[in-house]
Design a binder for this molecule. Structure first.
Ligand code: SAM
Length: 238
């Protein structure tokens, strides 16, 4: 359903709505496998800004993060976060994802020094304790994707004083997950594991379209337009 092959915005929204309806992790990763070749065009049509927002959030919180910083992109997908990181001069990038086909797309970009297949929630990250200066996870903290129980794994592989930047969605179907996530993050903070530096709500974009999609995942506004609630970046330091 690449845009140049005739995929329309309603079709893209329907596809994303179907994705959000899948709560089984294995099925979700298979969906990503099939979506991988068209993912970039489809999310561009949705004005998906989470990768640039997260990287902005990271670099604004720590403007002196050196270009030599070793950064892990968790649930890297096709590598859109790496594109943003490279544009800001960061070149030491590792990525992990649970979808082999998404990883293939990321590999084709040639921006990561290392890419690994890893399913968060089922297995640990393939890195020793205290490896990374910064860890990002963009677009994967939601129901049926990365479970909240995997968050401590991000801390484990971060260096002391390292940064962890996370995003989640605020659309109604994701609210129960987001609540659990916030509880998890608060518990880790109360336990002295990390300190919250930034929590930044983000307004959703409103892509123009001719008619509303039949998807409860999005906030429709009559026939005027609708769009996904954008991810909400958090930045934690511990
Ligand atoms: C919406 S995409 C986001 C990709 C990329 N971070 C971006 O912002 O474009 C979500 C990605 O998370 C991956 N994913 C979902 N659940 C996962 C899990 N439990 N472990 C590893 N990867 C997962 C999917 O394969 C997919 O590539």
């Amino acid at each position: 359903m690449a845009q140049e092959e005739g995929g329309s915005l309603p079709e893209v929204l329907e596809r994303v709505g179907a994705l959000h309806g899948i709560t089984d992790l294995g099925q979700k990763l298979q969906f990503y496998d099939r979506w991988a070749p068209d993912y970039d065009q489809d999310v561009a049509a949705l004005q998906y800004r989470a990768p640039s927002l997260a990287v902005d959030c990271l670099t604004q919180a720590l403007p002196r993060l050196p270009p030599t910083a070793l950064i892990l992109d968790v649930a890297c997908g096709t590598g859109l976060v790496a594109v943003e990181l490279q544009a800001r001069g960061f070149l030491q990038l590792h990525g992990v994802d649970g979808s082999p086909e998404m990883l293939e797309q990321a590999r084709a970009r040639g921006l990561y020094q290392r890419l690994s297949l890893c399913t968060l929630g089922r297995e640990p990250l393939p890195s020793p304790e205290g490896t990374f200066d910064a860890v990002l996870m963009v677009g994967a903290l939601s129901d049926g994707q990365v479970p909240c129980s995997a968050v401590p794994e991000l801390l484990r592989v971060s260096k002391p004083g390292g940064l962890v930047c996370l995003t989640t969605r605020t659309n109604p179907s994701n609210l129960p997950y987001k609540e659990t996530l916030e509880t998890t993050l608060d518990q880790l903070e109360r336990g002295g594991m990390w300190e919250r530096l930034v929590a930044q709500p983000v307004d959703p974009p409103v892509p123009r379209m001719a008619s509303s999609p039949a998807s409860s995942t999005y906030t429709g506004r009559g026939g005027e337009g609708c769009g996904p609630r954008l991810n909400k970046p958090w930045l934690f330091q511990f």
